[in-house]
Design a protein around this ligand. Structure first.
Ligand SMILES: C[C@@]1(CC(=O)O)C2=NC(=C\c3[nH]c(c(CCC(=O)O)c3CC(=O)O)Cc3[nH]c(c(CC(=O)O)c3CCC(=O)O)/C=C3\N/C(=C\2)[C@@H](CCC(=O)O)[C@]3(C)CC(=O)O)/[C@H]1CCC(=O)O
Ligand SMILES: NC(=O)c1ccc[n+]([C@@H]2O[C@H](COP(=O)([O-])OP(=O)(O)OC[C@H]3O[C@@H](n4cnc5c(N)ncnc54)[C@H](O)[C@@H]3O)[C@@H](O)[C@H]2O)c1
Length: 217
């Protein structure tokens, strides 16, 4: 069994960051979609790619260099993902990335990875991510399915409402109280039951402190 260290979970903000993907098969395509969704600037290096990756290249969503990985390719990137069918490539990419201080994931050699990828489910702004510290990817995938199915539409509304309130109200104890109410209090419970009118009334009452001080949106 592997050592008992747990992987450290983060959610990376990749907007505008340079990401290198080595490989262009099915696994690489999944990685590409995820980093593009996060707004990264993606370069793919692979002699062959899936039709979808080729199409994204033609549409200018990513840059495809149709060749094998070469020394030096890592330079200039913030993050590197390798997913090829050649077992000699991952270790080379990982060593070069390490030497340059660039974070690297190789799809099937956990001992070479600076970070591992969890199984991810999305509902609006909500992300469910399951990691098993590299021990059981298939179980991570199964749990992700089970857990994501539990995120209901009202959770998504509540997340969006909370985001709106955070954007429009100044920080402070009053705002915190209102946000907690949306998350776990009466407003949340009403929204969960589909009682949107009643929730709206509670919300308007909760917004009073800002109405009177003239700070409301
Ligand atoms: C979650 C997911 C995310 C993703 O890839 O995006 C992911 N693997 C997924 C599926 C999956 N992978 C494999 C199987 C076959 C069953 C099995 O072997 O168990 C299945 C199941 C399937 O395909 O259904 C094979 C496999 N995977 C790794 C090894 C090497 C090793 O363990 O040594 C081998 C053996 C290769 C071989 O024997 O040849 C390694 C890793 N796989 C990871 C992530 C990282 C740890 C995640 C964690 O901590 O849980 C890590 C360490 C590297 C990394 O970060 O990529 C994605 C589910 C996506 C989804 O459905 O949501
Ligand atoms: N982590 C996971 O979840 C997981 C699951 C299954 C498989 N894998 C692993 O991911 C890897 C990729 O799997 P796949 O199904 O996408 O493979 P694939 O055969 O569909 O694609 C391989 C890709 O690698 C490219 N390639 C080969 N040599 C290259 C080189 N020198 N430089 C750049 N690109 C090169 C090929 O052109 C092709 O695009 C495999 O090692 C597989 O074991 C990982």
């Amino acid at each position: 069994m592997r050592a008992a260290h747990l992987d450290y979970a983060v959610c990376l903000r990749l907007e505008g960051r340079h990401v290198l993907l080595v490989g262009g098969g099915a696994i690489a395509e999944g990685r590409a979609l995820a980093v593009l969704d996060a707004g990264a600037r993606l370069r793919v290096i692979a002699p062959e790619t899936t039709p979808t990756l080729r199409q994204w290249a033609e549409e200018g969503r990513l840059e495809w260099l149709p060749r094998r990985y070469q020394s030096g390719d890592v330079r200039g990137h913030h993050l590197v993902l390798a997913a090829t069918d050649d077992t000699t490539v991952g270790p080379r990419v990982a060593a070069e990335a390490r030497a340059l201080g660039v974070w690297v994931n190789t799809a099937d050699e956990p001992e070479l990875c600076d970070f591992t990828l969890p199984s991810v489910g999305r509902r609006g702004p909500i992300t469910i991510a399951v990691s098993t510290a590299g021990q059981a990817p298939a179980l991570a995938s199964h749990l992700r399915e089970v857990l994501t199915a539990q995120v209901a539409r009202h959770h998504v509304w509540r997340a969006r409402l909370s985001g709106w309130l955070r954007e429009h109200l100044p920080r402070g104890r009053e705002r915190q109280r209102l946000l907690k109410d949306v998350a776990t209090g009466d407003i949340g419970a009403r929204l969960a039951r589909g009682e949107r009118k009643a929730a709206g009334a509670l919300l308007r009452a909760g917004l009073k402190p800002w109405k009177t001080s003239g700070e409301t949106p």
